[in-house]
Design a protein around this ligand. Structure first.
Ligand code: PLP
Length: 408
């Protein structure tokens, strides 16, 4: 990893003369974010549109469960918002990932190349397939899977065979690569897709955090054969709980719907199922909430961009801290804003978290890396120096769409 590629001129100032002070982080948050009652949660949902009226309509119709017009409407809206050919709504983002890996052909005993720095859902969904995660390092700029680390690892351990890429060390087939767009920042998708295609490995995007983010002008997940979204309560739009599968392949879209709706053959009264499917259907009630939320997505995105710009501006003056800005060629939805403390002050991270939380600001560290968790400690992995550095230094800041950015 190279620190030189980390800070851009716009995000780093010459502040070496002043000492690092955790309280300066609290002051910076205050300068960036308007706080009517002095308290800012990490990420709170905003219900300022048609939520109540759609929910009422849903209840009056009696279609509150797993079929109903809001489910179809929500799926069509997702297709419109993302540009993906087919969206299939499901019960949560983890279920969407599980179905994506199944649809990508991940089988028991396979391996999936996955970031060590991610939320547990990415890794759990691999394990639900009976497959083994193989952890890859992250980039200090995108915070997502580093294509160079992925290429280096595959060169070191993999072999191309007629039945696909095989890990020579474990004998297992490498069935998929699953990058995740961390906190909304798109990964270097072209580079990762080129590696996937060179090795003939399926690409599954975990886009759970990145609805509204774009990569080279396209919504993330929209160019994918398979991508997963989440609409959990803390995501940029919420259905209470929910998720979706995105695909550009019509046939895969049909398979996704079939697999996640108990694999029932369409018939007026007969119950015939032609494979072991999942009851991963999103209830109509939740889809109603989702329709109202998607109508407000542009407003949420604009508000979050203003807040991110304000954070970027104030943190330029804070010694020992760098704001994590959207990677070149992308727009981030800035789902969760993040700062990185310089390596020299990494041991002060918990002090920063303490003063932020004491000041009433929801702030938290990055997830514990996947290879440290007992159930994945034995999983194969490449060098994880950058992910470990991010883990030591990253802090997420209050990021709700309801927060009004302060103009300086
Ligand atoms: C939120 C999230 C998911 C999905 O979570 P659910 O709570 O199951 O909707 C998956 N991956 C990542 C990286 C996430 O942040």
């Amino acid at each position: 990893m190279s620190e030189a590629s980390v800070g851009t001129a716009a995000t780093r100032s010459d502040s070496s003369a002043r000492p690092f002070d955790p309280k300066a982080v609290v002051d910076a948050v205050r300068r960036a974010a308007g706080t009517p009652n002095g308290i800012l949660g990490l990420h709170e949902p905003v219900f300022a549109g048609n939520e109540v009226s759609y929910l009422e309509e849903c209840i009056k119709s009696t279609f509150v469960s797993s079929v109903g017009p809001f489910v179809d409407r929500f799926e069509r809206m997702l297709e419109e918002v993302t540009g993906a050919r087919r969206a299939v709504a499901v019960v949560n983002g983890t279920a969407a990932l599980h179905a994506c890996f199944r649809l990508a052909g991940v089988e028991p005993g396979d391996e999936v190349m996955s970031p060590a720095l991610t939320f547990i859902a990415t890794t759990n969904a691999i394990a639900y397939c009976g497959a083994v995660p193989h952890f890859i390092d992250s980039s200090l700029t995108t915070l997502g899977m580093d294509p160079r680390a992925l290429a280096t690892r595959l060169e070191a351990i993999a072999e191309r065979t007629p039945r696909g890429a095989i890990n020579r060390e474990t004998g297992r087939r490498i069935a998929a690569i699953s990058p995740m767009h961390t906190f909304g920042h798109p990964v270097a998708l072209d580079e990762i897709a080129a590696i996937a295609s060179h090795w003939n490995i399926a690409l599954v995007e975990d886009a759970a955090e990145s609805l509204g983010s774009t990569y080279k002008g396209h919504a993330v997940g929209s160019q994918a054969r398979l991508a997963a979204l989440s609409f959990n309560g803390n995501k940029i739009v919420t259905t209470g709980g929910g998720g979706a599968i995105l695909t550009n392949d019509e046939e895969l879209g049909r398979r996704a719907k079939h697999l996640t709706t108990t694999a029932k053959l369409p018939h007026k009264w007969a119950f015939v199922h032609d494979e072991i499917g999942f009851n991963y259907r999103l209830p109509n009630l939740n889809a109603a909430l989702g329709c109202a939320q998607l109508e407000q997505l542009d407003g949420f995105l604009a508000s979050k961009r203003r807040l991110a710009a304000a954070y970027e501006r104030v943190f330029a003056d804070v010694p020992g801290v760098r704001f994590s800005r959207e990677p070149e060629g992308t727009t981030s939805n800035y789902w969760l804003n993040a700062i990185l403390i310089d390596e020299a002050y990494a041991d002060r991270r918990d002090d920063v978290l303490t003063v932020l939380n004491e000041a009433g600001f929801g702030a938290r560290p990055a997830w514990t890396l996947m290879h440290r968790l007992p159930m994945f400690a034995q999983s194969p992995r490449g060098d994880l120096a950058a992910a470990e550095s991010i883990e030591r230094r990253l802090i997420n800041l209050p990021s709700s769409a309801s927060i009004r950015a302060r103009d300086e």
